[in-house]
Design a protein around this ligand. Sequence first.
Ligand code: DC
Length: 219
Amino acid sequence: MKKIIAIDGPAGAGKSTIAKSLAARLGYIYIDTGAMYRAVAWLALQKGVAVDDEAGLTALAAGAEIDMRVVDGENIILLDGRDISREIRSPEVSAAASPVSAAAGVRSYLVDQQRRLAARGNVVLDGRDIGTVVLPDADCKIFLTASLEERAERRWREFAAKGLDIDIEQVRRDIAERDYRDSHRANSPLCQADDAVLLDSTGMSIDEVLQKTLELAEA
Ligand code: DC
């Protein structure tokens, strides 16, 4: 059985759903690295630090105590002891998280934390650069993707389930913009590691994707 499983891919590909379920099935810890960038983005919005103020963002990341735990099957993100799990999923934080994650100083603090958490073993991490930069020696690397249309629809459903009425075209544009920015930034851009298995989940059910990832984790 693989001890460190890295799942990377673009926004809305289902990484967190799959990584969380996979971790639960294997009895592993799930580390949602995107939530860490979202937490810093949320803090920046709260404190009025501009998303292009690299020094200001780095200072926020350096001082932020981010903690993650699972309560009743839900992933809880604590920032300096406050539960911000819901706040970090808003469209505003989603939009801010992408430029915030491009700041080299922010990445360096968060990548350190991610490596420390992963060092315990028996972990599933999801993100954009886990297999390429954070843990290039991960035992199992999966690059999970799906068509832009399907990813937009999945995100839109998530928002609708939370009672947020957002135009699906807007969701599609936001995701496309985020994909572009995440893949073209200078620092640790989103890309598939040479030794990652590509899993295109377009047209697949969550159960089918989970089954496939279980096979890869157990291979
Ligand atoms: O996976 P997510 O949508 O929660 O990620 C939020 C943002 O953080 C996204 O724009 C990409 C960025 N991110 C990153 O740069 N590196 C990671 N390991 C995880 C997320």
